[in-house]
Design a protein around this ligand. Structure first.
Ligand code: RP5
Length: 164
């Protein structure tokens, strides 16, 4: 089995709807990942065990998604100096603003890189992980270039609807 280069963790299985967009980018670029639902407050010991196991296996970065008082990414970053990309999950009452502020306001010394709330942020976290890995993987860098070219072409070819 291929060893994961990226660990994707989310606080609850209910976060998967959003976090699957990070996994999708990695899958499309052929980057091996492992995704788990593990909580910083409900399963702290299991979380640490999983992080340590992935680090020992050579993982290069983590993507952590959580909602509400979203301390998951900070806890991952407290355990490993590897880059941690944080995805704020939309929450029921505060719509993810709580998650965003919890993640982006990490105190000095233990950074996490925080992305936009929701699917776009999750997809961008996946793409950012690809960019980091592409620094030492020429084939992956080539695939990222092609992705950008294709994306540009799509915008160039976009047509707006005529007014009736
Ligand atoms: C957080 O609480 C999770 O990351 C999730 O976004 C939120 C709600 O979790 P569930 O009640 O759906 O399990 O820990």
């Amino acid at each position: 089995m291929t060893k994961p280069l990226v660990g994707i963790v989310m606080g609850s299985t209910s976060d998967w709807d959003v976090m699957q967009h990070a996994a999708r980018q990695l899958k499309d670029f052929g980057v091996a990942y492992e995704a788990r639902a593990l909580s910083a407050h409900r399963t702290p010991d299991l979380l640490v065990e999983w992080i340590d196991q992935l680090v020992a296996g050579g993982v290069r970065c983590f993507i952590a998604g959580a909602g509400g008082a979203a301390h998951l990414a900070g806890v991952v970053a407290a355990r490993t100096p590897l880059p941690v990309l944080a995805v704020p999950i939309p929450s029921k009452y505060l719509k993810g603003l709580d998650s965003l502020l919890s993640m982006v306001q990490m105190p000095q010394g233990i950074p996490v890189a925080t992305f936009a709330i929701g699917e776009g942020g999750a997809a961008n976290a996946g793409l950012f992980a690809v960019s980091m890995l592409a620094l030492s993987d020429q084939a992956l860098a080539g695939r990222l270039d092609s992705f950008r070219v294709k994306q540009t072409e799509k915008v160039k070819g976009a047509k707006l609807p005529d007014l009736s």
